[in-house]
Design a protein around this ligand. Structure first.
Ligand code: 7TS
Length: 407
């Protein structure tokens, strides 16, 4: 039996809740993770003791807040093996990070006729910014073919990459299929033709060790709220030289070096990309989440997320009438499925009545839904507080749902 990696009742107050008379079984961490007490306390303590704006005033509180935010930034830089804290930019999350890359690098360097290579398994936030960029520039999108099981092969990537490719962008882990994509190999192919490699790490950074040097990538986007941190904070990491070469996209306070009536020059990294008062409590809270993840160990978390997803895949596939999407192995953290004869929203509702929280819908991946030839799926997603007991609860509830719908 797979056991949770953490003491759930000690560390995750929300998991003590009863939902509709049942123990809460939270299987929606791909949408957002729950938060440990230490992160909640860190945010409260910040507002109780330290709250002030950063990088501006020189009083004690302002200095403490500035130092705390800088410490969080450095922690996050170490967590992903960035060369420097200057490469770590605070954003609102993955969506804002990807949009920023498309604007900051894309608007400056993409030209008419250039190509952007991506996959049909991407989340909308790793499709639409590129669609819009392509429209602005007269560039083209090229989609990598998926295998029947939803995986991609290097051969299928090679087919789309050419000397017209300027950007290759790929999620490291799919939020629907649970596939783990060969990022380092794809990055090499991108670099061979002089393209940049962008990675959507929304579902990978929370679940496996991330080393941007080893991956050999150029930009990485991820969200704090999917890795035990607060909502409204995320990271854009980019190679320093590329960030230096790119233009800022949000103009205003604290992102400038010099301003006169007609012109302005930009601040050093990372401030250049952080116009306006940042989400200070969020940044510090994310630093605290990184401490918590480090204390458990990302390798252990990786093993746990894979075990849970792989076992769930097997268990669901054994239930008559259940269709599971994506490969059985290797996979991590998410398992999307349908029960034939029941709409995924009804599945979700019947499960909720038994205290089980899953997501149903298109998961912000409509091109992938079309590729799967379904309107929607149900999806169970896991994290370090889940256990084999939660899989048992899910399996039992699905069996109950089938009986309820007389299937
Ligand atoms: N990319 C991937 C792969 C994602 O899974 C998500 C969010 C995003 C980008 C966007 O992240 P955000 O923090 O900017 O919103 N995915 C999901 C999901 O699967 N269910 O709800 C949100």
């Amino acid at each position: 039996m797979i056991t949770a990696l953490v003491d759930i009742t000690e560390d995750f107050p929300i998991l003590k809740r009863q939902i509709n008379g049942h123990r809460l079984v939270y299987l929606d961490s791909a949408a957002t993770s729950q938060k440990p007490q230490s992160v909640i306390d860190c945010i409260t303590k910040y507002y109780e003791n330290t709250n002030a704006n950063v990088l501006r005033s020189v009083h004690t509180l302002a200095e403490e807040a500035t130092v705390a935010m800088q410490e969080a930034r450095e922690k996050i830089a170490r967590f992903i093996h960035a060369n420097s804290y200057r490469e770590v930019i605070f954003t609102r999350g993955t969506t804002e990070s990807l949009n920023t890359i498309a604007r900051a690098w894309g608007d400056k360097f993409l030209k008419e006729g250039d190509e952007i290579v991506l996959s049909p398994m991407e989340h909308h936030s790793n499709i639409i910014p590129w669609q819009q960029l392509a429209k602005r520039k007269g560039a083209h999108l090229r989609y990598i073919d998926l295998n029947k099981d939803g995986t991609i092969t290097i051969e299928s990537v090679k087919k789309q990459i050419s000397n017209r490719t300027r950007i290759v962008t790929l999620s490291a882990v799919s939020n629907v299929l649970g596939t783990i994509n060969p990022i380092a190999e794809v990055a090499k192919l991108a670099h061979e033709v002089g393209a940049i490699m962008v990675v959507d790490g929304a579902q990978s950074v929370p679940h496996q060790p991330t080393d941007v040097q080893n991956l050999g990538i150029d930009f990485l986007a991820f969200s704090g709220h999917k890795m035990l941190g607060p909502t409204g904070i995320g990271i854009l990491w980019g190679k320093e030289a590329l960030l230096e070469a790119s233009d800022p996209v949000i103009f205003g306070g604290e992102m400038i070096a010099y301003v006169d009536r007609e012109n302005a020059t930009w601040a050093e990294l990372p401030a250049k990309f952080e116009g306006g008062t940042p989400h200070i409590a969020g940044a510090i809270g994310l630093g605290s989440a990184v401490d918590y993840l480090n204390a458990i160990g990302m390798s252990r978390i990786e093993e746990h997320s894979r075990e849970l997803a792989q076992e769930t895949y097997q268990r669901l596939e054994e239930i008559p009438g259940v269709i599971v999407y994506g490969p059985p192995y290797p996979r991590t953290s998410v398992v999307a499925f349908n029960i034939s004869g029941i709409h995924s929203h009804d599945v979700s509702q019947v499960l909720d009545a038994q205290g089980i929280a899953i997501r149903a819908g298109h998961h912000c991946a409509q091109p992938l839904m079309r590729w799967l030839d379904v309107g929607s799926t149900a999806r169970a997603s896991f994290y370090l507080y889940n256990s084999g007991q939660d899989i048992d609860a899910l399996v039992d509830a699905i069996k109950t749902a089938r009986r309820y719908f007389k299937l």
